[in-house]
Design a protein. Structure first.
Length: 329
């Protein structure tokens, strides 16, 4: 029987799973994913975490614990410090290996490595070589696995940028998008681990589709456009994912193809409190309708749906009969 590695389906899974999946499978490692977020996983994570922890981290703890009895040899918890030059990831993600083992001491062994690309992208290879050494694979096998993993991640990001749904893109597949354009197009901002987790986000993307709305997420914005939008800032944003959200929000706020912007955030997210305000101010300047939705463990689906329906109805009314009326009072 080969090595079995468990991967929690939360947080950075929504950004980097194709990279990890192709790397491990190329080495012959069997992967065990936790199930999609459900009420038991959600509730258990809330119990395990401290009150100050943001909702996606709480949910992640539930996913980790759900792997405990899956007969895995390791649980993969990478220490993601930075994934691009000059930036950092959220501080709450950096200490996961230690925090998780302290909260759940009866877990299988944790497999980890430091992913710190702040100075150079070459450090990605160093981190993955470290993983290969821990699993006792040869240097040659690890190098081949790294090459395949990079290709899989690039294809995943390409598919998301083209507008493919997350569940298809993460499998490296797409569908024909010709003729899929809807009358309204909404920019939907937020962290990928919130937007694409259908339980935590109460499946807002699907609800918008049912309302006849085309959805554009930060992953659907060209990275070059994001960099261009952020040039005017007196100081660059040093949180990787918040930087993407802010640049995409600026682009959406100034794009005539986008009818409105929704920012989905969680109570307790420090970077979002700043980024959301900056995007809202930008939308006010351009006259773009903007709405912020804040989730926590007490959020009810009915309230979210009511706000979505009101926002979409307002956009349709402005488009049809009152295009000269400000959306900001």
């Amino acid at each position: 029987m080969g090595i079995r590695v468990g991967i929690p389906r939360g947080l950075l899974y929504y950004y980097y799973y194709p990279l990890w999946e192709k790397f491990f499978r190329s080495l012959g490692v069997e992967l065990v994913l936790s199930n999609r977020t459900s009420r038991p996983v959600f509730d258990r994570g809330v119990v395990l975490a401290s009150d100050e922890t943001c909702l996606p981290v709480k949910v992640f703890y539930g996913h980790v614990e759900s792997l405990r009895d899956q007969q895995v040899d390791y649980i993969f918890l990478p220490r993601m410090v930075s994934m691009e030059k000059g930036t950092y990831l959220c501080p709450k993600l950096l200490g996961f290996p230690e925090v998780v083992t302290a909260l759940m001491p009866d877990l299988p062994p944790v497999l980890t490595a430091n992913f710190n690309l702040r100075k150079s992208e070459k450090d990605l290879e160093a981190a993955m070589v470290d993983l290969g050494k821990q699993l006792k694979f040869s240097a040659g096998a690890v190098r081949k696995a790294i090459s395949r993993a990079r290709e899989a991640q690039a294809e995943f990001e390409r598919l998301l940028q083209s507008g493919q749904e997350f569940e298809l893109a993460v499998k490296g597949r797409g569908r024909n998008l010709a003729g899929q354009a809807q009358k309204l197009k909404i920019g939907f901002l937020g962290h990928a681990y919130l937007l694409y987790d259908t339980f935590t986000s109460v499946d807002i993307i699907a609800k918008l589709h049912k309302m006849g709305v085309q959805v554009v997420t930060p992953e659907g914005v060209d990275p070059r456009d994001i960099e261009t939008e952020l040039i005017s800032l007196p100081k660059q944003v040093f949180w990787s994912h918040s930087k993407r959200i802010l640049g995409a929000g600026y682009k959406m706020g100034s794009s005539p193809q986008i009818d409105g912007v929704i920012h989905l955030t969680c109570f307790g997210c420090g970077p979002d409190s700043m980024v959301g305000d900056m995007v809202e101010r930008s939308c006010r300047r351009t006259g773009k309708p903007f709405m912020m939705l804040t989730l926590d463990e007490h959020t009810g689906e009915a309230g979210v749906v009511t706000r979505l329906e009101a926002f979409i109805d307002m956009l349709k009314r402005r488009d049809e009969v009152e295009d000269n009326v400000s959306a900001h009072g």
